[in-house]
Design a protein around this ligand. Sequence first.
Ligand code: SF4
Length: 344
Amino acid sequence: MKTDKTSLIGKSLEGLVKICEDNDVKSFRAKQLFNWLYRNKVNDFDAFNNLPKELITFLRSEYCIHPLTFVRATKSTSELTNKFLFKTQSGALIESVLMNDDDRVTLCLSTQVGCALDCKFCATAKMGFKENLTPGEIVDQYLMISQKINKQITNIVFMGMGEPFLNYRNVIKSAHLLHNPNGINMGYKRITISTAGVISKIEKFTKEKEKFKLAISLNGTTNEQRKAIMPITKKNALVDLLDASKKYTEQSNTWLTFEYVLLKECNDSIEDASRLIKLLYDIKKCKLNVIPYNETDGEFQRPDQSKIHSFMSKLRSAPFPVTIRWSKGTDIDAGCGQLAVSDS
Ligand code: SF4
């Protein structure tokens, strides 16, 4: 359903207070409204049964509740991964991915329609950049999906379509809405924001002492190698990225995760593994997460098992924790780097 009305989902408590005040309604009503939207996750204006009728009539005439429309869900053959497709109010399509791993249920959110950063191994990059998602469109992915499943979402990662730090304000606003204890109440450390390495925003995130977890997609061990697969490196050099990362861990006293997508004959040599150890040696609180590449239609391939094994063996001598992540949704193009939608 296409509508030009502003959505209530995405409004902060302060935003709802303003609506109440503008309508001569006592501001405590805003907290009730916040509760209905984010804690009780209602879909209908009739559900606001403790709010004054005049306020409900006004809200109904001026606002819609959800900014997104659900299009479809697709399940992987392993049944562990679900991909959800939504339409935004502008008519663009976005995807979110839900991953089940025993008691851990992680939702991967999109933050932009397409992406401008053009990472060479990424399906989203091929769409180009179309638009930023609003805080409401980001939070609504969580709200709509949590109503469609019978499990509690335990973790959220901002790792879907788009570069979160190129939509910084809306992403941080949505993360705070997901965290707000009077609403969704997702713990700070259960929310991870992942960046391809926008240094100025890593510095801002550090300076503003944001408590959400941070992850950085590293994917290269020399500046030249990284530049070839992640053009963002041209303006955000590897050495400066590592410096900003180190400062973040020191000033926040928080662990930082580096993601490393392993690409055949590109960044999967033993020399790369050795360089990784050297590069991250000085960052005291970091973890490395190696992700064997999920093949899309592009030019890259996943290294064979023996190569992955040798790479991981070399990393055993690293002074920091190293993990490997196998995507469980590659058959529905829901693995890392595979999200892309067309307008058709
Ligand atoms: S990997 Fe992330 S930052 Fe890079 S192009 Fe894809 S969506 Fe954008």
